[in-house]
Design a protein around this ligand. Sequence first.
Ligand code: MRU
Length: 354
Amino acid sequence: MIPPRLKYTQKGLWILDQRLIPWSIKKIKAETYVQAAAAIKDMVLRGAPLIGCAAAYAYALAFKEKFFSSKSQIRNYFLKVEKTINSSRPTAVALFASSNRMKKILESFLSDHKEKIGPLDCLNLYKEILKEALKIEKEDIDSTLAMAENGIKLLKKNSRVITYCNTGALATMGIGTALGVITKGYEKGKISFAYSCETRPYLQGTRLTIWELQRNKIPSALITDNMAAHIMKTEKIDAVIIGADRIAANGDTANKIGSYQLAIAAKYHNIPFYVVAPCATFDLSLKNGDGIKIEERSESEVTNIRGLRLAPKSIRVRHPAFDVTPNSLISAIVTEKGIINPVNTKNVLQALSI
Ligand code: MRU
């Protein structure tokens, strides 16, 4: 069992601190939206769908016991909250999708009220926002189950796969995206073995994915990222399965840095490369992946491991946290609505409109 990642209570939002896994299982409590946004930024929680759920609950924290006397006060306050939440992490579109849904709740509230507002109105707005956050969580859980059912259709019996970053229960409120397919696939005899790449620099594979695979008793091994092509060449690998943080209209996919080189290696070895992501991950405002904003994270995540500096001092460091895999390298995208294959704009738009 993977411990609960988020729990909203009247006292605050409890968050499983993923920075400590696998060494200890601890939660922290965010009592304000500023604390919740900081938890997203500092990677107390991570993974695109979970970031989306946490962002939704951050709005609930922002409007809990918050009283205004006019619509313009509420509007200004919402803009301030939205700015803080939206600036926490720029790549995962699920975060912005949650903000947009909360904006719709606000707009509908504002259009139903006169300029002067009373405490009861504010309480009702909070209730609507919390209801929407719970709905976002439920949709996330349901979509992971549907993606797993769809994803296993792509796999032959006893497949051996490589996965990247962490896309499991820890990255969602449900069973995960790519790792959800692997978990369900193992249950159904479709997966016999999974490799977890370590995922430098933040080591989500070393700390989180192999831990989930072990907890779920799935035969698996940890490899460093630079071992993947060798394993593809020398062993039977049936598929590479990854998640996504943002997918453009043509299927170009932003995911954890290193996904792109894995896709190139998979193509070279004729191994199918599958992306598993809920519909909320698509950003149809972007024609292709060129416009996807790539988060740059701190140098110390590259130079240090758990506080120990490995690199010399005073060097230049780069840390783009995501890269974009072009649609031509992606064999199929699995969503909760079905499978997109081949991956192109026509098929993406058709799949999302069902
Ligand atoms: O920086 P992270 O750990 O939030 O990055 C996570 C990933 O890149 C995952 O692969 C992605 O969010 C898909 S998860 C379901």
